[in-house]
Design a protein around this ligand. Structure first.
Ligand code: G1P
Length: 306
């Protein structure tokens, strides 16, 4: 076990340098991480999740055209003063909550050379401690405590811990895929014995995919510095984790069976907005009533519309 593994993780790294091409033209001027999921940017859910898990220090790895993200996490004294003057306490609280939830820092990636390269930009911020990485496309329901569980597994076993989801064999080529073995912990905690980034379906070691939550040992930085470009010509975090496994460093997986909302492409994004809106106390009752009516009016598939 590495000496650093006895320290608890306190810092979270959120890569936000991606170009968001799947949401063009919306993302020409607005970073995809700020697209609203109901009434909050997707990224706010992620920062809140990190803070809830006890990681109040957040580093965002940004790129070109992402200045709006820095603005979002900055205070807005004029707006706050205006809301205060109007006596609009609810909106004032919503605005303040978005900036007070965590201490957010920024670093620029410079060149878009892949997720592994983005994580490497966090080396100075993280230092010699385990740390979490949260990817913005995966939202985890606040009622499910995935990151907390991963942090507990890391505190117990040391090394690194990744979140896994059974996506079915037919979908595995869109993800990092893993080979696993059961552990004495049983249940949803597994030992990772191999990883491969986006393998062809027939070569995938299992249908277990890496979803966007990692708790990483700081040793990952040295490995990333030596990791050659892999899939897509990019420096892959998955490849660096595979090297840690080959070196005999502990890498565990937590198999998630809770509620995950994928916002990575248009259809998944729409599903996430609908599901999250339906579950909200304030909007849910009227929204689900509307959905029921809307669905009942939809033409039945295959029926002729004469
Ligand atoms: C990244 C990782 C991949 C992981 C996925 C989870 O891929 O490289 O291993 O399965 O995130 O969302 P991306 O979606 O950035 O292509």
């Amino acid at each position: 076990m590495s000496p650093s593994s006895s320290r608890p993780a306190r810092k979270a790294v959120i890569p936000v340098a991606g170009m968001g091409t799947r949401f063009l033209p919306a993302t020409k001027a607005v970073p995809k991480e700020l697209l609203p999921v109901v009434d909050r940017p997707a990224l706010q859910y992620i920062v809140e999740e990190a803070a809830r898990a006890g990681l109040p220090e957040v580093l965002m790895v940004t790129g070109r055209n992402k200045a709006a993200i820095e603005d979002f996490f900055d205070r807005t004294p004029e707006l706050e003063a205006a809301l205060e003057k109007k006596g609009d306490a609810a909106r004032l609280a919503a605005v303040q909550e978005s900036t007070e939830v965590a201490q957010v820092h920024f670093v620029r990636q410079g060149e878009a050379r892949g997720l592994g390269h983005a994580v490497l930009q966090a080396a100075a911020f993280v230092g010699d401690e385990p740390f979490a990485v949260l990817l913005g496309d995966d939202l985890i329901d606040a009622r499910d405590h995935l990151l907390e569980q991963m942090l507990a597994v890391q505190a117990e076993h040391g090394g690194s811990v990744i979140a896994l989801l059974d996506v079915g064999r037919e979908n595995i080529d869109k993800y990092g895929a893993v080979a696993v073995e059961p552990t004495a912990d049983g249940g949803d905690v597994v030992a990772v014995t191999g990883l491969v980034e986006k393998p062809p379906v027939e070569e995938a070691p299992s249908s277990l995919a890496i979803i966007g939550r990692y708790v990483l040992a700081p040793e990952i930085f040295d490995v990333l510095r030596e990791t050659a470009p892999g899939r897509g010509g990019e420096i892959q975090l998955t490849d660096a984790l595979a090297t840690l496994v080959e070196r005999g460093e502990p890498v565990h997986g937590v198999v998630f069976t809770g509620r995950r909302y994928d916002t990575g492409d248009k259809l998944d994004y729409l599903k996430a907005v609908v599901r999250l809106a339906a579950e909200r106390d304030d909007l849910g009752p009227s929204f689900t009533a509307f959905l029921r009516e809307f669905l009942s009016e939809l033409p039945v598939e295959g029926a002729s519309s004469s």
